[in-house]
Design a protein around this ligand. Structure first.
Ligand code: IMP
Ligand code: MG
Length: 181
């Protein structure tokens, strides 16, 4: 089995590039079908850093006019009374009344997604759809429906194709799963 070692951990290939690309084909077809008759210009919001590679491969297959923007959700400690505050960084477009498609690398517990959803909802978009390459159903604690899923995977740590282990591994074209030590 093809393996990579990143720092102190070894990972084995679990989702090869050709399968990733085939699943993105299917996912993109669904998005194209849902939006082909739309008279507006939907906006894809790619969540950095992890979704950069998936976003590039996905939007190449999108067949309707669209905008693409890259955002980050950072959380910082607010005042004692407010606790953790989430801030959307990098959103310069007005999304009011528009169709927004969140592009995520992976939905794990769903905490990130629910925060994002809440922040974006405040800006009154027409609709928010969610596209994720990977989904861990056994880890998901959220309630937000995930509209487009590339592949559901077990609750294991993975790396590659945008996803990192301690900052490295994002450049790998295939996805690897941690081999238990
Ligand atoms: P969530 O908030 O638990 O759904 O996950 C948030 C973020 O954690 C994802 O967008 C990823 O950046 C990261 N993440 C979750 N699972 C993995 C994994 O298996 N490998 C690498 N990063 C992950
Ligand atoms: Mg992410």
């Amino acid at each position: 089995m093809k393996q990579v070692t990143l720092k102190d951990k070894t990972f084995g290939i679990s989702y090869p590039e050709n399968e990733i690309q085939a699943d993105i084909d299917v996912l993109a077809s669904k998005i194209n079908w849902d939006f082909h008759a739309s008279e507006e210009t939907p906006i894809f919001l790619s969540i950095l850093n992890g979704a950069f590679m998936f976003t590039a491969d996905l939007v190449k297959r999108v067949s309707f006019p669209c905008q693409i923007s890259f955002i980050k959700l950072s959380s910082y400690k607010g005042t004692k009374s407010t606790g953790n505050v989430n801030e959307l960084i990098g959103l310069n477009e007005n999304i009011e009344g528009r169709s927004v498609i969140i592009v995520e690398d992976i939905v794990d517990t769903g905490i990130t997604l629910s925060k994002l959803f809440a922040e974006l909802s405040k800006l009154n978009p027409k609709v928010i759809k969610v596209a994720t390459l990977l989904y861990k159903p056994d880890a998901y604690k959220g309630t937000i429906p995930i509209d487009y899923i590339g592949k559901s995977i077990p609750n294991e740590f993975i790396v590659g194709y945008g996803l990192d282990y301690d900052g490295i591994g994002r450049n790998l074209p295939d996805i690897y799963t941690l081999i238990s030590e």
